[in-house]
Design a protein around this ligand. Sequence first.
Ligand SMILES: [Mg+2]
Length: 342
Amino acid sequence: MATRLYDAIGMKPSSQTESMSKSKHDHVADGGYATTSEPVAVDQNYISWMAKHPSALSSFNRMISGAKGKQIVVFLDYDGTLSPIVSDPECAFMSDQMRAAVRDISNCFPTAIISGRSREKVYEFVKLDSVYYSGSHGLDTIGPALKTNSYDKSYQKRSFDNEGKEFIVFQPAHDFLPAVKKMLTEVKERTQSIPGVAIEDNRFCLSVHYRHVKDEDYGRLEEEVKLMLANHPDFHGTRGKKVLEIRPSIKWNKGDALKYLLESLGFHDSCNVLPIYIGDDRTDEDAFKVLRERGEGYPIIVSSTPRDTMALYSLHNPSEVQSFLTRLSRWGFDNTSVAHHQ
Ligand SMILES: [Mg+2]
């Protein structure tokens, strides 16, 4: 029975069995999914969903066959993609094995991490100099120095690393910084009497985490954030996983950061590039959309439950992300004559 299901979605039961079997427990823990007595039990909704968004692991050979003659560029979200989602956002550490996988992939292909957190915070977690970083949902991006690009120069600052290598910091919401600082103070004052609230300063945006706020206090928290936003018409609120985000109202998202980085890497309008984007957030959908619109590359969602998505492929959890990156870098080392050096 299980084998037939795997056949239906083009998966082999061997390497997938363990994680799919685990997915049963994940689903049960999440609630809302029925248990079954099958030895390898896979939720039927998840199976149907995976038929539309097949595993990037079992589809690896098919995917990589499209890479011939093209430069692969890898984009990764951080939380929930490279690190597990944890109850304390300060403790979302990535494993040493994952760090090694990201290091290996960045030695093969240009690699960028695009996160909602501040750029500095993501670097603290990842600690790799071979990777480009984009924080604050793409509002703070460090990329390679290219002599010309189509973006506003007044928001791009030339800088040099310790080894004298030139790079560019692009901050399209730079003008909003004083206001974000003011709002940080204000949101702390407004929410200090609500137990369990954690405010995270993401530099160009603020995160109000409410994972530890009691249900009866949530309404008050939401009201305070709404009242504050009413005083700051240049900002708007969005929702993430147990978090309210306060962001400057400019048209810029993770998808725009992806486009900016591709252009900075010299792949503007190029058909010789194969971007791969892996993420688990709603905000990653903006990047998936860009790849779908460009008609190139592979948007991959990390999810253990069926979800509406623009992604073409899926991975079950960060552990599968690690396996995928490891496999991709092995392929890269074997198939690219000159490894990528940054
Ligand atoms: Mg994420």
